[in-house]
Design a protein around this ligand. Structure first.
Ligand code: ATP
Ligand code: MG
Length: 599
């Protein structure tokens, strides 16, 4: 689908009509109140401090909202990030605003260009466009440093020469206040001199830090003189060796938001206790003339918790590094790269985000809710094809050897405009092994000696007998066809049968690799009891050789299909070769994990 532009003409009403109903939530309520009160109309864009790039991209109409998606480039994006992306970009779109993509790259050690590239690819793939608004926190390092000096001069920060342990020890607990550092009341000139020495590489890692000077007695531990800058002799993926001091996330993030004129800064609930510091910092910088009001507002929402996966970068990195999967884009991984390779769709993710909504209450979403979204999207769009996953021969003894005719399955039963294709019908076919039973269980309507079924889009056949090896394994099934029953010909439906099975012509089909995926974890909450690695599902992948109809030979990487009676499948983007696609199972037609199917 085409990228969604930052288009102010697309009104909220227009987009709301495209969506499922019931989309209002507490964040929309805040935004609508702010827009109605004209809060941002008072903004003065001209002459704002901050990076030239942000100045240049300031919108002509300052009354619009601005959101941002601020990943740290220290891993690939996961399904939880999709919620945040759809929320931030979706709101900007709905209210005619803009959403920035900003790399929060303040931590030099763990960040890499590979992650930056993968994040850009994933957000684009989800269908969102940030226009010219692509930013890096590291672009603001100069400003952040300048702001730090100003805070010191105004008496709002100091350089603390205690060790990390001493600082931790002095911070107090939830029930006890902290204790002032012996460096807390040193003269600003002294702190300034130390900070400059830190910047110039004259102090070792961990020897001193810059701290805000707020309130060691605050009931909120985050307000007890939090650390703003630390010495870290490390090469940054963008600024190289220019810096050996780096800002803390809690200091950097509010400044990034303010410099980019973000109006509503949406984050997950664990940052709720940081909000007083967020506001304190921006107020102090505005008082000092470095920032202009109105300042951005931080709003927290509940993060996505999804059963049967882990959504923590640390754990995902462990899965990759320790080889528990085939890499970040392994189709079993809950990364967006993995989901894409598996065959999940961007539209399915956006539908998921709409369905789960946003709230302040922590909750768990069943994985099957995501699968249902993918099914609903794929059902509407994926063309149908025929694949026999566990093949056994069916021989039609009264069909002449060497004869061939065409049958015409529709490419999509609800979309006649997608047309039909021809598939060859011959004397020898492949059918699914479990579509035959020598001794049928109760209620079995498929092939067994004496019973008739319809071969989809072809003829009705009556089973006569089967061939077996010495061990009793069935080698082939024999039947006879009824010539007057070909689908689509007059009178074809006169013979009534209960079973309807799929098939491919043995001389025309080709054997292809199919990867059947199951969930990566076998329990709903991996790691709830002990190490999450213990909960890995040992049977999460099964490789099979299927018999595929001729049209599937030409499947392009990432092309998705419904294999009739099975589910949705996607041609693998890495391992498919021209004329020899490899297929990944995306999702079954029905939920095989529902109600006791597996535990
Ligand atoms: P992790 O905890 O896995 O390391 P993170 O939150 O540290 O993830 P970031 O790169 O900082 O990773 O995340 C970018 C944005 O995505 C943040 O605004 C964060 O709040 C949001 N986000 C991350 N995980 C989730 C989630 N499970 N549900 C909703 N939003 C999330
Ligand atoms: Mg984070």
């Amino acid at each position: 689908m085409p990228p969604v532009p930052d288009n102010p003409d697309r009104t909220k009403v227009a987009r709301a009509q495209e969506k499922e109903p019931g989309v209002s939530n507490f964040i929309r309520h805040i935004i609508e109140t702010d827009l109605a009160s004209g809060k941002f109309a008072a903004r003065r864009w001209a002459g704002r401090p901050g990076p030239a790039s942000v100045q240049r991209d300031a919108p002509p109409d300052p009354a619009r909202i601005r959101t941002r998606f601020p990943p740290e480039p220290n891993g690939y994006l996961h399904i939880g990030h999709a919620k945040s992306i759809c929320l931030n970009f979706g709101l900007a779109l709905d209210y005619g605003g803009a959403c920035h993509l900003r790399f929060d790259d303040t931590n030099p050690e763990k960040e890499e260009q590979e992650y930056v590239d993968s994040i850009i690819a994933a957000v684009k793939w989800l269908g969102f466009d940030w226009g010219p608004q692509l930013y890096y926190a590291s672009d603001y390092f100069d400003f952040m440093y300048e702001a730090a000096e100003q805070l010191i001069s105004a008496g709002h920060a100091y350089v603390d020469e205690q060790s990390a342990d001493e600082i931790r020890g002095g911070r107090g607990t939830l029930t006890e206040p902290g204790i002032d550092s012996p460096w807390r009341n040193r003269p600003p000139e002294e702190s300034l001199a130390r900070l400059r020495e830190m910047r110039d590489g004259r102090h070792a890692d961990g020897s001193m830090v810059l701290r805000a000077r707020i309130d060691m007695g605050s009931p909120n531990i985050n307000m007890r003189d939090p650390v703003l800058y630390r010495v870290r002799t490390a090469t940054h993926h963008r600024t190289g060796d220019k810096w050996c001091i780096y800002p803390m996330y809690t200091y950097a993030h509010p400044i990034e938001d303010a410099l980019e004129n973000i109006t509503h800064s949406l984050c997950t609930l664990e940052f709720e206790d940081q909000r007083p510091f967020y506001d304190w910092l921006l107020e102090k910088l505005a008082d000092g003339g470095l920032l202009l009001k109105p300042l951005p507002q931080q709003i927290e929402f509940a993060r996505l918790n999804l059963t049967y996966v882990v959504l923590s970068k640390r754990k995902l990195i462990q899965l990759v590094d320790e080889g528990h999967c085939g890499g970040w884009d392994d189709p079993r991984m809950p990364t967006l790269a993995g989901a894409r390779r598996r065959g999940y769709t961007a539209e399915g993710f956006r539908l998921f985000a709409d369905r789960i909504g946003v709230s302040k209450a922590e909750s768990w979403i069943e994985y099957s809710v995501l699968e249902d979204c993918m099914r609903d999207d794929l059902n509407a769009r994926a063309e149908r094809r025929i694949a026999v996953l566990d093949p056994i021969k069916l021989i039609i003894d009264n069909y002449p050897e060497g004869q061939q005719e065409e049958c015409y399955p529709p490419n999509h039963p609800q979309k006649p405009e997608l047309g039909k294709r021809a598939i060859p019908f011959t004397r020898e076919l492949w059918i699914e092994r479990d579509d035959f039973a020598e001794t049928p269980p109760k209620g079995y309507f498929r092939l067994f000696p004496g019973n008739s079924v319809r071969l989809r889009y072809g003829y009705v056949v009556k089973c006569t007998h089967c061939e077996k090896d010495a061990n009793g394994n069935v080698l082939a099934v024999h039947c006879e066809y009824l010539p007057e029953t070909k689908s689509g010909t007059p009178g074809a439906e006169r013979v009534k049968v209960k079973g309807n099975i799929h098939w491919v012509s043995a001389p025309h089909s080709h054997a292809g690799e199919v990867r059947l995926y199951d969930r990566l974890f076998r329990v709903a909450r991996p790691g709830r009891e002990g190490d999450f690695l213990q909960d890995l599902n040992p049977d999460s992948i099964r490789l099979i050789t299927a018999q595929l109809e001729p049209a599937l030979k030409d499947a392009k990487p990432e092309q998705r299909f419904q294999f009739e009676r099975h589910g949705y499948f996607c041609a693998d983007s890495r391992d498919s070769r021209p004329g020899d696609p490899v297929f990944n199972s995306t999702v079954t037609l029905r939920d095989s994990w529902a109600a006791g199917a597996k535990t």
